[in-house]
Design a protein around this ligand. Structure first.
Ligand code: ZN
Ligand code: ZN
Length: 343
């Protein structure tokens, strides 16, 4: 079978590898679709803490079950060959203080498949622990369902955000994550949702996804302050602008991934005087199963969010397109023979 391998910083190869055997409580799966996101380029650029090369990338995957390892169905599971499933890429040490106290996503040995030390989904087949595998309904579009992993991150984000029914919500960034936070906002009780992006094409996608108010600058909005302000860009100028728009008593969430060494300016006086809440949100935590359900009830306009799929041969081209910021969500489909535009 064929696999994309990051051999070292900046080095991508397409390699022939044997199909792996599933071990105890592991499942052998055939990859359908893998979303590309900023984590992939961060890993390739050597900027993700802890990555061990060589590594097969890909952490936003949907797959079909090909074979079950020993013991998979001995407990609560009832997996069958042919089932369509989504894969939660997070694994943790299970032994540290954070893991033992229910904060597994903060484990210092957090290991995302395709991100840290275990191979991910940009290959025709791979194995995953059965506890990381979630069944999909047979009628769910298996390719579109690769949005479930980032949706699980978004649900974690909303789990942590202090808000009340009737909050006005402002989201910075109309990329995949910002669009997800904005589409979930009405389901979290928002009275209004506003999204900001300097790229007008992305605002058009936001419109297709039903986001009510869309601007290239928050200065253009009728409202001056919002109860909940979410940064989904990780860009310092956006964050510095975002924190000035929080209503007293409101909340700000650093949801986008800013470069680890960068700092942003804000007024500690406003934080004190307005009793503002600043919260983070790290990856998936107790949210993957709910993401499957939310996806299957139609919480996202998946069709509007996806634009292109690529074969393994065209992996580098897909990353170039991602870096250029053109297109919408891009996917790799390792068992496809043709790259295509999806709309
Ligand atoms: Zn991702
Ligand atoms: Zn741990």
């Amino acid at each position: 079978m064929r696999a994309i391998v990051f051999n070292s910083v900046g080095q991508i190869a397409l390699e022939e590898r044997p199909v792996p055997e599933p071990g105890y409580k592991e499942i052998l799966i055939e990859t359908a679709a893998v979303g590309i996101c900023g984590t992939d380029t961060t890993v390739l650029d050597g900027e993700f803490e802890g990555t061990v090369f060589p590594l097969v990338p890909g952490h936003e995957a949907t797959v079909k079950i090909v074979a079950l390892g020993e013991g998979v169905n001995d407990g609560v599971f009832d997996f069958k060959v042919g089932d369509h499933v989504a894969v939660n890429p997070s694994t943790t040490c299970g032994e540290c203080e954070l893991c033992l106290n229910g904060k597994q996503n903060l484990c210092a040995d957090w290991n995302g498949l395709g991100v840290v030390a275990s191979d991910g989904a940009c290959q025709q087949f791979f194995t995953a622990p059965s506890r990381n595998v979630y069944k999909l309904q047979p009628e769910t579009d298996l390719n579109e369902a690769a949005l479930i992993e980032p949706l699980a991150c978004s649900i974690r984000g909303w789990d942590l955000l202090p808000r009340e029914l009737g909050s006005h919500v402002l989201v910075y960034g109309a990329g995949t994550m910002g669009l997800m936070m904005a589409q979930l906002a009405p389901r979290m009780g928002a009275a209004s949702v506003t999204i900001i992006d300097i790229n007008e094409d992305r605002l058009k996608v936001a419109e297709e996804c039903g986001v009510e108010h869309r601007f290239t600058s928050a200065d253009d909005a009728a409202r001056e302050e919002w109860d909940v302000v979410i940064d989904a860009t990780g860009a310092i100028p956006a964050i510095e602008d975002a924190v000035t728009r929080i209503k007293p008593g409101g909340a700000f969430q650093a949801f986008g991934v800013a470069p680890a060494e960068e700092t942003a300016k804000f007024s500690p006086f406003r934080l004190y005087r307005g009793e503002l809440n600043f919260v983070g949100s790290m990856a998936v935590h107790n949210s993957f199963g709910r993401a499957v359900e939310m996806f299957e009830v139609g919480a996202l306009n998946a069709k509007a969010m996806l634009s292109h799929s690529f074969t393994l041969d065209d992996y580098s081209q897909a990353l170039d397109m991602f870096r250029a910021g053109t297109g919408r969500k891009l996917q790799i489909r390792p068992n496809d023979t043709e790259s295509r535009e999806l709309q």
